[in-house]
Design a protein around this ligand. Structure first.
Ligand code: CP
Ligand code: NVA
Length: 313
């Protein structure tokens, strides 16, 4: 098992063919359990006896619940640790020793963290897979699941669709940018001046064949879109002046007028939780697929877990 084991920290480090395999597996698994209840186990119990340890240094609803159901549906179980109850958070134990214990007691570790460095440190010392459940720089499980949702709804490979992001250049967008390169889809980004992706991401875009366009005009970004995605203007990691930032995003609010620049059958997605970046009547109308989007995370987390365990069909 150990040599087949894989980490899931950043989409950048995972070959496109493996990302595609995860999506294909999730599709098959979702179809195969249409009649099953949430806690019923998939045929073959592929992760029987396995323990997923989860730890959240920041709030979470969807990621927490979806990983809980994911490992249960694969025949395993989960334990959620509270960081404030560990010696690690109080400086009383090193990452190295914590990782050794996690590796001896558990079979995979899912971490939502305020520090990208911490993910790297854990990776260094763990002998079990680590999954990034959101960090300041990326949210890979969310975006892989969103690719799944888009293809499910549009019934086309994402490479044939125009994807638009309206919002902040945050962790979710960073992962969407990587997905655009890995899955080769067109990505328009609409954000205010001075809120463009950081230089590291721009360099990554430039050093890869890409179909990514950045606009400071939301209408230009939305034109011809098959899908518009957004996220809160203020992320959990944001430390600056929130009122000022929200003001800078005023013209980037997703409303009916802006949606009219997109294709007629354009869908709206949002990873949630939401803020004021989207009008209620867009969020709640039938173009919006946010609830399916959230639910699909269970199916994709399962295939991510199987990938990490080297057990993808
Ligand atoms: N979208 C998402 O990751 O939601 P949570 O923060 O609730 O896990
Ligand atoms: N960008 C948001 C995503 C929440 C799921 C944040 O980091 O707070």
């Amino acid at each position: 098992m150990k040599n087949k084991m894989k980490h899931f920290i950043n989409l950048k480090d995972i070959p496109s063919k493996d990302l595609r395999k995860i999506i294909t597996d999730a599709k098959k698994r979702k179809n195969a359990r249409k009649k099953l209840n949430n806690l019923e186990v998939d045929n073959g119990e592929p992760l029987k006896g396995k323990l997923l340890v989860q730890m959240f240094e920041k709030s979470s609803l969807r990621t927490r619940l979806s990983f809980y159901l994911a490992i249960k549906q694969l025949g395993g179980s989960t334990l959620t640790l509270r960081p404030d109850e560990l010696h690690l958070s109080k400086g009383g134990e090193s990452i190295e020793d914590t990782a050794k214990i996690l590796s001896n007691f558990g079979n995979a570790f899912m971490l939502r963290t305020s520090s990208d460095e911490k993910l790297k440190e854990f990776r260094k010392y763990l002998s079990i897979p680590i999954i990034n459940g959101l960090s300041p720089s990326s949210h890979p499980t969310q975006i892989l699941s969103d690719v799944f949702t888009i293809e499910e709804i549009k019934k086309k490979p994402i490479s044939k669709l125009n994807i638009t992001w309206i919002g902040d250049s945050n962790n979710v967008l960073n992962s969407l940018i990587v997905a655009s390169i890995k899955f080769s889809f067109k990505l328009n980004i609409g954000c205010p001046k001075n809120y463009e992706p950081n230089q590291k991401i721009i360099n990554y875009i430039k050093s890869n064949k890409n179909k990514i366009f950045i606009y400071n005009d939301p209408k230009k970004a939305a034109t011809g879109a098959d899908v518009i995605l957004s996220d809160k203007v203020i992320s959990m990691n944001d430390k600056g002046d929130k009122i000022k930032k929200l003001n800078h995003f005023k013209k980037f609010r997703i409303d009916k007028k802006l949606m009219n620049f997109a294709k007629k059958d354009c869908i709206f997605l949002h990873c949630l939780p939401r803020g004021t970046e989207v009008d209620e009547n867009i969020f709640s109308n039938n173009q919006s697929k946010v609830w399916l989007q959230a639910l699909n995370r269970v199916h994709v987390q399962k295939s991510i877990l199987l990938y990490c365990f080297g057990r993808l069909r």
